[in-house]
Design a binder for this molecule. Structure first.
Ligand code: ASP
Length: 596
């Protein structure tokens, strides 16, 4: 046998046994006549001892072992005199009687230990060495377990895992596609799927009833910490269901995952309408680990988030507030001792182009209950007391207020402020989980760029039945049977009840600006299928990478992906993407001037 044990499994109870281990040399230390080697494999680290007194030649050999050499040793398990309680094998060591060097290694470009000295770039270039490190490997183990439990749960509910093709057609209305030229069809291109959306719907027409797939999806978008050009979805679809059936089924899956992987019992998921999420948190994925919901002090701009007009609490006098359509704020408990400098810094943070707030108004509630604010000169103490009441603020609290001409924009800025303050106040603990459903999304959102309504989820999402008449009169206010699962401010999944009626689907395409001919050209395959008895159906998809990184407490989804791409979409290890040679280009009928 190549090895009889792994480097992670020997304990004191094995003392006296003869064993053979294989692995990598993490470290070697020479101390007097003894050499100690830490031998590592996926399962752990075991200490090897070479003793010059018992075998001088072997000990001499061990002194030439370099870092990351691959070796095989045979020896006897021995109780250590100096025990290491930090590792599970810390009570024993192996007194080595034979050593076989299986492979040598160049000096690795960074230390392969829990705390590495390697920066991001070098570790990505040598990702296969980075993956030898415990913290990185652990994330992959968690990911495996996660995917395994997803399969176990869905299998127990009768879902079939079905593979859909990767070479498909370009999807209008989605993000940018990655495309693949077709050699056999010159001038034509496949697109890689942004999601198997239409295919899973066709599976429902096919009578599959319950489908899932853990699949790669591709979107050619600018990258951020929570985005990769290729990512993994847990894609699901069910027939003969209403929204409630789907929410229950997948709430069950989340409960199963939290329990089996983190041993956490999560409470029933609260449901928040999209309108309430926007009105109270300025986001369709609110972080509900903490409160600090918005308080509106003025709103004369009814929109999908709130139809209610709120008269300004402030009398005329301060031009910025007088001219604003919306004034709102948050109350930060116990933060009245924020210094002028800290507030200035916060105000600068809010003014960065990415957030774009104009200015930050603050009010501190003193111990005696009086309010001191940055707009003291415009308003009486009486008005400021009313503000305090509105926020339910107590002595010691800090009130932060933003205003502007576009209510939705200010809400989004307030969202950034709330998240920033939540982080500063230590309210965004990675070990605490707060899950919810956000429901009743609008069907459409206005695109300034396209100057038309766009599907907020995707064009196959069905409107809420009671809102269908509004499609003709006020499509922008129509709500969809669409839902997202949100955990700690991260959208981990989302989906909808679909349209299964070819006529309604046709109408939705029209509202999105497709002529019947264009709709037929792009989606004819789906609308034709719907003519053959499409069952009512719906589903959702989870972002596996995001879900796993939340479980692992990671800041970036990259850390739970074995071979991720960097922010420019490059795989620095494979050096991809790369140029093609002229012959390949010609075969693909691609006329490109290759730049060297
Ligand atoms: N295909 C959708 C997405 O990728 C999810 C769904 O509606 O099931 O977001």
């Amino acid at each position: 046998m190549f090895r009889t044990k792994t480097c992670g499994e020997l304990r004191l109870a094995n003392a006296g046994e003869q064993v053979t281990l294989a692995g990598w040399v993490q470290r070697a230390r020479k101390m007097g006549g003894m050499t100690f080697v830490d031998l590592r494999d996926r399962y752990g680290i075991t200490q090897l001892v070479f003793n010059a007194e018992t075998n001088a030649e072997l000990c001499e050999q061990s002194n030439h072992l370099g870092r990351e050499y691959v070796i095989q040793v045979t020896g006897t398990v021995n109780e250590r005199s100096a025990k290491n309680n930090k590792i599970p094998t810390g009570e024993i060591e192996i007194l080595v009687s034979s050593l076989n060097i299986l492979n040598t290694s160049d000096v690795p470009p960074f230390t392969i230990e829990d705390e590495s000295d390697g920066g991001d770039d070098i570790r990505m270039k040598y990702r296969y060495l980075d993956l030898r490190r415990n913290p990185v490997r652990k994330n992959l183990e968690l990911r495996h377990k996660f995917a395994f439990e997803v399969r176990r749960y869905l299998d127990s509910k009768g879902f079939l895992e079905i593979e859909t093709p990767v070479l498909v057609n370009s999807t209008p209305e989605g993000a940018r596609d990655f495309v693949v030229p077709s050699r056999m069809n010159p001038g034509q291109f496949y697109a890689l799927p942004q999601s198997p959306q239409t295919l899973k719907q066709l599976c429902m027409v096919a009578g599959i009833d319950r489908y899932f797939q853990i699949c790669k999806c591709f979107r050619d978008e600018d990258l951020r910490a929570d985005r990769q050009p290729e990512f993994t979805q847990i894609d699901c679809e069910m027939s003969f269901v209403e929204q409630e059936d789907i929410l229950q089924m997948f709430e069950g899956m989340s409960r199963h995952l939290f329990k089996t992987i983190l041993n956490i019992d999560i409470p029933t998921l609260p449901r928040m309408t999209w309108a309430d999420a926007m009105k109270n948190y300025g986001s369709d994925k609110p972080d509900t680990r903490f409160g600090m919901a918005f308080v509106e002090l003025k709103n004369n701009q009814p929109d999908n988030a709130s139809r209610e007009i709120v008269e300004s609490i402030f009398p005329e006098g301060f031009a910025v507030f007088d001219g604003a359509a919306y004034i709102g704020g948050i109350c930060c408990e116990g933060q009245a001792d924020y210094t002028r400098k800290q507030i200035e810094q916060l105000s600068e943070f809010m003014k960065r182009p990415k957030i774009g707030a104009k200015g930050l108004v603050y009010a501190r509630v003193a111990e005696d209950g009086s309010v001191k604010s940055s707009v003291d000169k415009f308003y009486s103490q009486e008005v400021l007391q009313q503000v305090k009441e509105k926020f339910g603020a107590k002595p010691g609290d800090l009130i932060l207020i933003l205003s502007g001409e576009d209510a939705m924009k200010v809400r989004k800025q307030l969202c950034e402020l709330r998240l920033e303050m939540g982080a500063r106040m230590g309210l965004r603990d990675k070990n605490k989980f707060s899950c919810l459903w956000v429901i009743d999304f609008p069907m459409y959102e206005w695109s300034d760029e396209e100057q038309r309504l766009m599907a907020m989820h995707h064009p196959f999402t069905s409107p809420k039945p009671e809102d269908i008449p509004l499609l003709d009169t006020d499509p922008a206010s129509v709500r969809a049977n669409a839902y997202d699962m949100v955990i700690n401010g991260v959208e981990v999944g989302g989906g909808s009840i679909r349209i299964h009626d070819a006529k309604l689907q046709q109408k939705i395409f029209e509202i999105l600006g497709f002529t019947p001919e264009q709709a037929q050209l792009k989606f004819g395959f789906l609308m034709n299928a719907f003519k053959f008895g499409a069952p009512p159906h719906g589903g959702l998809a989870y972002g596996l990478d995001r879900f796993v990184s939340l479980f692992a407490g990671l800041d970036s989804i990259r850390d739970c992906i074995a071979f991720p791409k960097n922010n420019s979409g490059r795989d620095v290890m494979l050096d991809a993407p790369g140029y093609l040679d002229q012959k390949q280009l010609d075969e693909l009928s691609l006329a490109i001037d290759i730049k060297e």
